[in-house]
Design a protein around this ligand. Structure first.
Ligand SMILES: [Zn+2]
Length: 261
């Protein structure tokens, strides 16, 4: 069973999520871009690293793999469509990964990178379903399109937003306040978004992470998964001058607007 999921801060705004097993000192980390903060966390808490989950090939998600596997005997799961060094088990869409006796399904979510995958656990024993989605879905935002097309990313976000509303969303960066600033510009009359901004501002003022988010909260406030909302169609039209004829075009216009925001 999984007990707690703890954020280990890394670099300037990354979180390396540490997944704890209930009845042991075993821990899995997600996307360890840097080994040092993970080693410090494990050693200061007397924990044993048994597994690593990787979502995509970027160095700030994979840079710590080698040092961690040199030091600890652990399994490393990552996307089969990449050539990340140190992966011991390659996984792809539809695969099931068992971690601490709980089942995670692998979802392919290309867009930010082509190899990007997410891990979703909807185990009956779990209180809330959980999602590790790397740099695809962010709190009130989404990842930049380094390798994929807007259509790919739109489809990937559609898959994630169709997960149960109670799913807790563990993304990798503390980008929430900047994302909310843009979200308000794109969707200024959204009351849930205005309320969320105040709540997240208070968390950051207290130096607390704004994560995890939830699918329910993202459906109410994240413009990138709300492309079918008439208000977002209007605001992208007002900003770009082009009238979007479908959700993918709204998404494309929003992503381009955010890139220059
Ligand atoms: Zn990335």
């Amino acid at each position: 069973m999984i007990s707690t999921i703890h954020p280990i801060p890394a670099f300037t705004d990354n979180y390396i999520w540490a997944i704890h097993e209930t009845e042991s000192r075993h821990v899995c980390v997600v996307d360890p871009g840097d080994a040092q903060p993970v080693i410090e966390y494990l050693e200061s808490n007397g924990l044993q690293l048994t597994d690593i989950l990787i979502t995509h090939h970027h160095a700030d998600h994979t840079g710590g793999i080698q040092e961690l596997t040199n030091r600890y005997s652990c399994r490393v799961l990552g996307p089969s469509s990449s050539d990340i060094k140190g992966i011991s088990e390659f996984v792809s869409a539809g695969d099931t990964v068992t971690l601490f006796n709980q089942s995670f399904s692998v979802i392919e979510v290309p867009g930010h990178t082509l190899d990007h995958i997410a891990y979703h656990c909807e185990d009956k024993n779990q209180i809330d379903p959980i999602l590790f989605c790397g740099d695809t879905l962010f709190a009130a935002g989404c990842g930049r399109l380094f390798e994929g097309t807007p259509k790919m990313m739109h489809e990937s976000l559609r898959k994630l937003s169709a997960l149960p509303a109670s799913t807790k969303v563990y993304c990798t960066h503390e980008y929430t306040m900047a994302n909310l600033q843009f979200a308000i510009a794109a969707d200024p009359e959204n009351v849930a978004l205005i309320e969320r901004t105040e709540l997240e501002k208070a968390k950051r003022a207290a130096n607390l992470p704004t994560l995890p988010s939830s699918i329910e909260l993202e459906l109410a406030t994240n413009p990138f998964i709300r492309c079918s909302e008439p208000k977002l169609q209007e605001s992208t039209h007002a900003h770009s001058g082009q009238f979007p004829s479908n959700d993918v075009e709204v998404f494309t216009a929003l992503r381009a607007w955010k890139d220059s925001f």
